[in-house]
Unconditional design. Sequence first.
Length: 894
Amino acid sequence: MVNNVKNDRVRYWFYHESIGNVYIDEPIGFNDDSMEYTRHSDYHGVFTLFTNNLEFYGDSRQIIIDFFAIYGVNGRLKLGKDNLEQDTTQTNTMLWVNEYEGFLDFSTYSLSEFKATCKFSTSGVAELLKSRESTEVEIERTDTLDGKIISKIENNLVALTPKKVLIVNQSELLETDTFFNLEGYTNPLFTPLTKFVSNVHNDFSEVTTKDVVTVWSASSMFWVRNEAASTNVNVSVDIDGIHSGEFVGFSIYKFSWNGSIHVHENTYSLGSIINSGVKENLRSNVDITLALDESLALVLDVGNTYLTIQKLNITVTENSDYITTKTEYPFIFIDDLLRKLTEINVNKDIYKSNFYSTTGDGSLRGFISGLQIRNFVSGTKGYKSPKISFKDLISSCDAVDCIGLGLQKDTSGGYLSLKDQIRIEDKKYFYQDVVTITLPSVVSNLTRDVQTDGYFSELEFGYQNGGGYESEMGLDEPNLSTKLSTAINTIKNTYSKISKVSADGHGKEFTRRKPQDKFPTDDTKGDEYNWFLDIKDRLNINEPYTEKLWQDRFQEEPTGLYDPDSFTGLWFSPINNMLRHSWFFSQGFEKNLFDYTKFASSKGNSDLVTKLNSKYNSERGNYLNFDLDRPRFVPELVKFEYSVSESIKKQLKGYTEINGELVPNAYGLVEYVINDSGVKEQGYLNSVKPNGIGEWEVIKFNNITRRSNEKLKINNGVIGITSINVLEVTSVDTSIPVAPIMGVLYKTVNSGSDVQLAWTTATDINGNLDGYNIYYKKSIDVNWTLFGISATLGTTVTGLTKNTNYDFRITAYDSGTPVLESLPSNITSILTIETTPPVIWTLSSSTPTETTIPLYWTAATSDIDIFLYKLYYKKSSDPIFVSYINIGNTILTY
């Protein structure tokens, strides 16, 4: 055993605040060959791992025994190794340089008669973070998990943008085929016709007959406004009815509440059913402004008639931008939150991020909790600090920003220190396009394996929470989750980036509409959620921050969603997140450049289209692999053997200045020679075991560029990446055709099951327009069905259901390479007609009296529901039937 206390070149030491710095004999098993370098599969940083058990004897053994007796497995005894080296700044001067330092892992502690053994971790920070990363903590706490006093995180203020929400409340017919004998009535009639189908967000409540006291004894008051703020609503009706008599008119009456009764204020006419004996459809709508406690009723204006209503659907649509009393909300910048969570977990402020710092691309990323959105005041009843775990925050930031995490030495000021530093950066930071480690001789025993983890058959982007709102028409919220299918079909592997921090504008808005000052005891769905905010920088530090709108992010107004001017957070849409990740997940697509990554399904509004960098990006689009960002590596794992000499060790531990910053060499390219001809390859370090023969694994660098040779600035010079192959691509048509406009709908050929369509010519700048795809769906359905294609400007859609509302739209496609499809046209709707009259097979009678004749008939047959029976009668001497009686649809005798 060598006593390095007396060695003039190397020394070992223990350190703890309770014992200070103590020099010790060399531990058995402490040598460089036991150090492994491994890239983290989730965080992508390269971490070091000391694999050997260290053996301690004599005084060193006793120190460990005493330390374990006091602190147990949580003991934090630091072990270090220093080398005596020449001072490069002064001649004839030597200085001690730390080579390794870390902590003994007392969970591996073992004691025998003459020795104590423990494994060694080169970073106690890594082990501590690993043990606590999943622990959810309150972020406003003023101590670490170990009890160290720290400052409370500081909030900023943001003026959240009130979002206009399309809120839909619905009622439908209380009973099918409601029949009224209104003979003799000439006044307005209030009747309980409807029942709730959807009552959203408690904006309205239903009232009954007892709530209304008017001269008409109204009984169909169907909504009362519950919210204090006034709102504009559109009331639309869809009524099928048949009557005999003068007329039936429909109106909406508005009432106010005077404290004891509802008082009629205004009348809004919807129209009338006029033609006696004929089934008619009435579709109408009116715009009405409602304040608190104002209400609506459906009213029938009748004139001496019988009436049967087959269908009565009422929809109240609210165009709402609710204004709260307080307009400023507390929030936290992601940069501040990451720093605070690091300190809470590892007791030190050792976090750094260029990406989330004041000048980085993610510098204005915000974080806000549900209770902060509701403006709950700290210290009041019901208030709770925002909370999240370090792991959940990192995975959520990765889902939207494509970031990674590594542990390195602090390089502030342009030099290395002994201080550990947690770096959270754009994931490309951990895959630098620069050669930083060079293996000058030929490697041996080289093998190449398919890295199956790098091939993805399915992609999934979005958010764990959100959705379930019954309010937005047509699923208006895009920031939920989306799945895409790739060209990889032999390996089942999903690239899933689902954030636990939300970004849905509707959820944020509905939470905002329940402020503490008005709803102090109410619980909401969003209380336990957190949201990302896309913050806009401010010019005046005395003003609150605001949220970025589409004008701050995109080149054109987004389409496919309601009121884009009040929509925030579109930068976080699933497809925009997908595009930021494309350089990583497309690593396995290099053999499928002219295949598509295709939309599969979405839980949200997939009609959203945004424009960025002169490209339209649809949430339900198909994306040519060639147009995705070029991956920096391909899924090929290259394994070889190469002895790790002292100079190679220094490269592995070293740093290189790249674009003005010292970056660990482990994040750059390893360049190695593969044969005696001197052919070189590059790859990213996946792992290396220096012991013995030196076992290396590298992920092969993608040396094929589709556009131009890449160059990077190194120090003050420019170095070109070697072995670049250029893929020649000629005349790739990526111009999406301009959407056609649906033209005249030829109702004359609506045969009930067939509908003829026509449209205008679409355009394509490359002249490759080939035809049109025709889509249809029932109006009540969500998903579209492809009927077929047409090379002309019209077609006939067949096989439809009679007496059914349908929607139609088309897209244009071109015949270039690749085939591209336009955005959808406008939508045309039509009600298919009923063409087959019902049939009554028999009519019979029984014994008559002096004034009556009993009649009987069999039930009529029809391909739709029977509305009513008309019984015509005449004297035998009369030439034609003139008089008739309306009879209910279920009555088979008279």
